[in-house]
Design a protein around this ligand. Sequence first.
Ligand code: C5P
Length: 307
Amino acid sequence: MSATLHQELSPQQTLTENAPAKINLYLHVTGKRADGYHLLDSLVVFAGAGDRLHYTPGPTPLRLKLAGRFGPTLGADAAGADNLVMKATAAVQAACGPNAVVQGGILVLDKELPVASGIGGGSADAAAALRLLNRAWRADLPHATLLRIAETLGADVPVCLASQTARMEGIGEQLSTAAPVPECGMVLVNCGVGVSTPDVFRTRQGAFHPRADLPAQWATLQNFISLLQAQTNSLEEPACKVCPAVQQVLTELEALPEVLLARMSGSGATCFALFPTVQAARHAAARLAQTQPEWWVWGGEIVGCKQ
Ligand code: C5P
């Protein structure tokens, strides 16, 4: 890094990246690989809710501080080298090569999404770290390099890199563009129980689900919802066994006025519901937050909806 660039990135300058929540509108487990990883087919969107990652350059070795509503849930140990954000950071440093002058400083992770909850919090944070440090350090790593690093960090990290509506296949690394979803609102609910992804995959039984047949464009919201209703989340049933509160969350979501669809995301325990408008979703979220004050409840928009 040149002296000029060093001066440009002064300690006062803080850069921020959003790490939006990833929602699996449907998730079919279509098979299993010899190494135990499962093959998936999933339509993924991103919500207006998310964590945020801030970076302030400085002379001290790079360290991570956890903040936000769920920062304390992770505990002090979680800010160490095993944190996906720090692993992402180390991977960008390694990819920069031996001659790159990499800055230290402080990363602050505002953890606003519940932890281990099926909406990709940790993966979104890792993807945000890749984007943020590639930008801050002017590393100029091409997207393909970042994607390769993302794959080594976790199955959901590649889709979180672009944080755009996408179809996810393979174990998560095969991404293809998907039509933007029709404008609608979304509610997210988490009952506060962290669910282990490997436990849910291990509990899954029965036949694999087929790959979904998706149209190139969504004609109407109605058409979109009907197609989603014909799909499922293969992990919902095993997640309800691992964490029975998921069923209660789904029952509450299904009872909300104007709800179009209620389903679990990823391996749980977070569930989502779709509504005809963002306003209807916000109203429903406010109502649920009152009746279930211990739950994390969010209502708002899906990123990149078709207007
Ligand atoms: O890749 P990630 O760390 O998110 O995955 C956590 C665990 O979830 C894996 O170790 C594996 O047990 C399970 N998993 C799977 N198939 C996938 C993704 C995750 O079996 N496609």
